[in-house]
Design a protein around this ligand. Structure first.
Ligand code: GLY
Length: 404
C-alpha cells in the first residue's frame, strides 16, 4: 500500500471508528457467515475487548471476528476491533479517556504484528491521537522502522492526517488523576513541579563523595515517589474508584483466521500515573505482544516491566514452537516471572509478586488459553469463535490476590 492509499483508507478507517454504529449499519447489514477453510477462526483478548462498545452494536472482539469471517485482512479486522474501546471514553485503560501520566497527560503505547506479512509497527508515549493502533499500523506499512516514540510519533500521525487533540483526558479521567495526586502528596498535589525540585544537584558538583551522596538522595526520593504513587493507585482500587484492570489497563487482541494466518494488536494508556515518557511492554516486540505465523500469537496486560524483563510474549511463542500447548507455554512464562521477581518492593507478605500479569495466547491450530499470575474467581478473558463471543475464566499460576 502506498502512502496516498494509506492516508485515504486510514482517514476512512478513523472516520468509521469514530462512528461504529453508523459503520455497522451502512456497510454490514447482514450477519456474517463463517467460512471454515483449513482452520478454525479464533480470537482471544482481554476483557475490555468484550465489555466496551462505545455506544455501538459490537465489542472489539465481535467486530474483529466479523471482519475476518467476511474476508477482511486479519490485522485490519483486529485493528478495527480495538478502535472501538480506544474511542470509548468510558474505557480507562486505553485511548481516549485512558488514565494519564503523573503530569496529567495521556500518553499511549501500541504495537501490532501481521503474521503472514511478517511485519510489525509500534508507537510509544504518543499524545493527542485517540487510536494509536492505527498509527502503529502506519509505521509498519509506510516506513522501514518499527517504533516511533513521543513527539515524533505525534508529528508522524499529524503528517498523515490523524486528528490531534490537545488533551485525551475526559472529565472523569482528569478527576481521577487529581484524586491520585491528592493521595500521593496532600501538601503539594496542585504543584506539578514540586516533586522534581532539587533533583539533579549532583551535576553541579566535582567532589566524588558529594556526587555519590546526592545521587543516592535523588534515587531515594524518586523511589519514594514511585512507591507512594503505586500505593495511592492501589488505595483507589481498594476504594472502588478504579478497577484493578485499568491500573495497567491494556487491550490486547490475538487472532487466527480461517486460513491459519495470525496477528495481534495491543493498545494501552499504560501504567496509570506513570513517570512521563515511560513506555511499558505494549509497544515492545516480544514483551507485550508477539506473533509468528508458523506457530502462534501472545499478547498481555498487567505489569509491563515484568514482561520487559522476561520478554514474555516472545518466550511464550518460542515455547509453543517447541511443542508446548498455549496454556503450558503461558504458565511456564508466568513461573519465570515469579522466579525473577526478587525485589522486596515487588513482593507481597507471602513473598509472591504483588502485581498481576495476564496472557492471551493461541496457536495456529486454534487452541487457546488465557492465563494470569493470579486467577481469582472473577478473572476472565474474552474468546470469540464459531460459538460466539464470551468470557472464560483465566487460569492462575497463584492463588489469592497480589495484595495479600
Ligand atoms: N502492560 C501495560 C503497561 O504496563 O504499560
Amino acid at each position: 500500500m502506498d502512502r496516498r492509499t494509506f492516508v485515504r483508507t486510514t482517514a476512512a478507517g478513523v472516520a468509521a471508528a469514530a462512528a461504529p454504529a453508523a459503520l455497522a449499519a451502512s456497510t454490514h447489514p447482514a450477519a456474517p457467515a463463517v467460512h471454515t477453510r483449513t482452520h478454525r477462526p479464533v480470537l482471544v483478548a482481554d476483557v475490555s475487548s468484550i465489555r466496551y462498545r462505545n455506544g455501538g452494536p459490537e465489542s472489539a472482539i465481535e467486530r474483529a471476528f466479523r471482519g475476518i469471517t467476511e474476508g477482511e485482512d486479519v490485522l485490519d479486522a483486529c485493528v478495527a476491533g480495538v478502535n472501538i474501546p480506544e474511542l470509548d471514553p468510558e474505557e480507562r485503560g486505553i485511548g481516549y479517556g485512558g488514565l494519564p501520566n503523573a503530569d496529567g497527560v495521556v500518553q499511549l503505547d501500541s504495537c501490532l504484528m501481521h503474521g503472514p506479512r511478517r511485519w510489525a509497527g509500534g508507537v510509544a508515549a504518543i499524545e493527542g491521537v485517540k487510536t494509536p493502533s492505527l498509527v502503529a499500523k502506519a509505521v509498519a506499512e509506510l516506513t522501514d522502522h518499527h517504533l516511533i516514540v513521543g513527539q515524533g510519533a505525534t508529528e508522524f500521525a499529524r503528517a498523515l492526517g490523524f486528528e490531534i487533540l490537545d488533551d485525551l483526558n475526559t472529565d472523569a479521567s482528569r478527576a481521577l488523576w487529581l484524586e491520585w495526586k491528592r493521595r500521593v502528596d496532600p501538601s503539594h498535589w496542585l504543584d506539578p513541579e514540586e516533586r522534581l525540585k532539587g533533583l539533579g544537584r549532583a551535576g553541579e558538583e566535582t567532589d566524588p563523595d558529594v556526587i555519590r551522596r546526592r545521587r543516592e538522595e535523588d534515587s531515594a526520593r524518586l523511589q519514594a515517589f514511585a512507591d507512594a504513587a503505586l500505593e495511592a493507585g492501589w488505595s483507589m482500587v481498594a476504594d472502588g474508584l478504579i478497577d484493578a484492570n485499568s491500573f495497567w489497563g491494556t487491550t490486547s487482541l490475538e487472532c487466527v483466521n480461517q486460513d491459519g494466518d495470525l496477528c495481534g494488536v495491543t493498545t494501552t494508556s499504560g501504567l496509570a500515573w506513570k513517570i512521563p515518557g515511560r513506555a511499558g511492554d505494549s509497544p515492545i516486540l516480544g514483551a507485550g505482544q508477539y506473533v509468528d505465523n508458523d506457530v502462534g500469537a501472545a499478547g498481555s496486560t498487567g505489569r509491563g516491566e515484568a514482561n520487559l524483563y522476561n520478554l514474555s510474549c516472545f518466550m511464550i511463542v518460542e515455547f509453543m514452537r517447541q511443542g508446548m500447548s498455549p496454556k503450558d507455554a503461558g504458565m511456564a512464562v508466568l513461573e519465570r516471572i515469579r522466579a525473577n521477581t526478587v525485589e522486596a518492593r515487588l513482593l507481597n507478605s507471602r513473598g509472591l509478586p504483588n502485581f498481576d500479569v495476564r496472557f492471551f495466547i493461541l496457536n495456529k491450530a486454534g487452541e487457546y488459553a488465557g492465563v494470569a499470575m493470579y486467577g481469582a474467581a472473577e478473572s476472565t478473558f474474552a474468546v470469540c469463535d464459531e460459538n460466539g463471543a464470551r468470557e472464560e475464566p483465566l487460569e492462575g499460576l497463584l492463588e489469592g490476590s497480589p495484595r495479600d
